[in-house]
Design a protein around this ligand. Structure first.
Ligand code: URA
Length: 237
């Protein structure tokens, strides 16, 4: 792909603007030598104003989603895309969240511009595990683990039962829940069906990928080994 198109697709500017960036000498190689629009250079060697170019298409990011941000692009309030550099909003192919977390849920959120990877992760057939920690308004009753694991639980206004989910009790009002589906408000609705209320919800892992030391609002690109971790232990892993 021509350099102007490559750089414009990464959201640095229109093709016309990027052509000007070449003219202004802002685009160089790793040694600081000015590049020209028709040069042939590897992505990793390109610098803009001395900074490495954003990762190419096929990008996967992990964010520790903070509370209060929505996963929508259009919401007039605070959205997760605001935490990325503005040019990430206009990259081509477009970067999307892999599924969604509620505004009031924090934790591990993936983004990708790879549509087939996105579908592989969210497909119920892949059975990618999503691990949540929930703080509850009331003490656990004691039978939730059995109920969630049974594979017969029906959520209100749904027509198919939930796949079995694993509950680990961490305290009287503190639980870790591992699910393989991504139904609307699933974890909150599961606890609501037991007469409880989720006061706070945090996603700690997808497959064996965890947030490690990412602080709320921070994000990082993932490499192929990280992406493989998402599928570890699943039907397609
Ligand atoms: N389940 C929920 O209820 N909310 C989320 O954000 C994710 C899973």
């Amino acid at each position: 792909m021509k350099l102007v198109k490559l750089i414009a697709n990464l959201g640095y500017g229109s093709r016309k603007e990027v052509a000007w960036m070449f003219r202004e000498g802002r685009i160089t190689d790793a040694d600081g030598d000015v590049l020209y629009a028709d040069d042939k250079v590897e992505h990793a060697h390109i610098r803009i104003d001395g900074e490495p170019l954003d990762p190419p298409a096929g990008l996967v990011l992990m964010m520790n989603k903070p509370l209060g941000a929505t996963c929508s692009r259009k919401d007039p309030g605070r959205v997760v895309y605001d935490l990325l550099p503005p040019r990430y909003r206009v990259r081509e192919p477009a970067l999307s969240t892999v599924g969604r977390l509620d505004r009031d849920t924090s934790g591990l959120l993936l983004f990708t511009d790879d549509g087939s990877l996105l579908h592989r992760i969210i497909s119920p057939r892949a059975e990618v595990t999503k691990v949540y920690e929930a703080m509850l308004a009331q003490d656990l009753r004691g039978d939730e683990g059995e109920l969630f694991a049974g594979g017969h639980m029906m959520l209100e206004s749904e027509t198919t039962p939930l796949a079995p989910a694993q509950l680990e009790v961490l305290g009287p009002r503190h639980a870790r829940l591992t699910v393989t589906e991504g139904r609307y408000h699933q974890v909150r609705r599961m606890f609501a069906a037991t007469g409880n209320h989720v006061e706070s919800l945090h996603r700690v892992a997808m497959g064996s990928l965890t947030l490690e030391a990412l602080s709320p609002g921070a994000w990082q690109p993932l490499d192929a080994a990280d992406v493989a971790r998402i599928f570890q232990g699943t039907a397609t892993g």
